[in-house]
Design a protein around this ligand. Structure first.
Ligand SMILES: NC(=O)C1=CN([C@@H]2O[C@H](COP(=O)(O)OP(=O)(O)OC[C@H]3O[C@@H](n4cnc5c(N)ncnc54)[C@H](O)[C@@H]3O)[C@@H](O)[C@H]2O)C=CC1
Ligand SMILES: O=C(O)[C@@H]1CCC=N1
Length: 271
């Protein structure tokens, strides 16, 4: 019996599989994968000799933990199709946005253990920030094992389910927003004469260093605004840029992004 089955090995499922193997947390031989379009798994198959099942039911029947890596709208039809293949009640791990545990339970045999996880795409480089919630059928041991899997590909936090939509915005979606910020700053650098690749590398390192500095200062109670103040010399260049950024609606845009993501999550939950 493989330890972890993955149905749907796309951007997120693939990032998790890649991260787990690369971190040494799970050897490829302990994973059994199935993706509807097999070509999408070729790089993982070639790189890690990832074991691949002929269909989703084979995965569901043969694993202790079953990770669903399909899009949210596919969760219910997939579980309904699996039917009896889920009779052994593997611990089901869902990473789907906007699909509460109760919705997933409704398509599973009664008392199936379900863990809801919201990772992010930086799992590819073992730098995910993953939120975790579980139903009452997940044993402490199983929860610890699932958490260890996601600890291996980044950091984890136990999150009450009613905070999941906001967590998903802050950690699941935000990488895309930060990538956009990096690209926008780099593009502005291009307008001032830098080559795009060089500008991107400069900005990405500045963002990585800034994030690391925030993380290292938080335990001392120094919040990001205190770091902002350290950079802004009186009548200097940074404060000029900061005020221009706020006049253009920067903080309001960040709040709007979080609010829109939470609203969309709630729409997905209701569908
Ligand atoms: N992309 C991201 O950054 C994040 C995604 N998620 C969640 O991860 C899940 C997957 O999203 P992505 O990886 O972005 O999508 P994706 O489209 O890249 O991957 C989905 C994969 O599932 C496969 N698939 C679809 N139906 C299938 C079926 N019936 N059986 C087997 N394979 C099937 C597709 O061929 C595809 O490779 C979603 O539920 C999403 O909410 C969560 C956090 C972050
Ligand atoms: O865009 C989405 O719906 C997924 C969930 C979090 C990141 N990507």
């Amino acid at each position: 019996m493989a330890k972890l089955g993955v149905i749907g090995v796309g951007a997120m499922g693939g990032a998790i599989v890649r991260g787990l193997i690369a971190s040494g947390q799970l050897p490829a031989a302990d994973i059994l994968a199935f993706n509807r379009t097999r070509e999408r798994m070729h790089s993982l198959e070639d790189e890690f000799s990832l074991p691949v099942a002929p269909d989703a039911a084979t995965v569901a029947k043969q694993v202790k933990y079953l990770l669903l890596g399909v899009k949210p709208y596919m969760i219910a039809p997939l579980l309904d199709d699996l039917g009896d293949a889920l009779a052994a009640k593997p611990v089901v791990i869902s990473v789907a946005a906007g699909k509460p545990i109760a919705t997933i339970e409704a398509h599973l045999p009664e008392q199936t253990p379900v863990v809801r996880v919201m990772p992010n795409v930086n799992a590819q480089i073992n730098q995910s920030m993953s939120g975790i919630a579980a139903n009452q059928y997940v044993s402490e041991e199983a929860l610890a094992e699932v958490r260890a899997m996601f600890d291996a590909i980044g950091k984890t936090a136990l999150v009450p389910e009613d905070h999941f939509a906001a967590f998903a915005a802050l950690a699941g979606c935000s990488p895309a927003w930060i990538y956009r910020l990096i690209d926008a700053l780099a593009q502005a650098g291009v307008a001032h004469g830098f080559k795009k690749e060089e500008a991107t590398r400069i900005v990405a390192q500045a963002v990585a260093g800034s994030a690391q500095n925030v993380l290292e200062n938080l335990p001392q109670g120094l919040n990001p605004q205190a770091l902002v103040d350290q950079v802004c010399s009186p009548a200097g260049t940074t404060v000029a840029g900061l005020l221009a950024m706020e006049d253009a609606g920067f903080s309001a845009a960040a709040r709007a992004a979080v609010n829109a993501a939470v609203a969309r999550d709630q729409e997905l939950s209701a569908s």
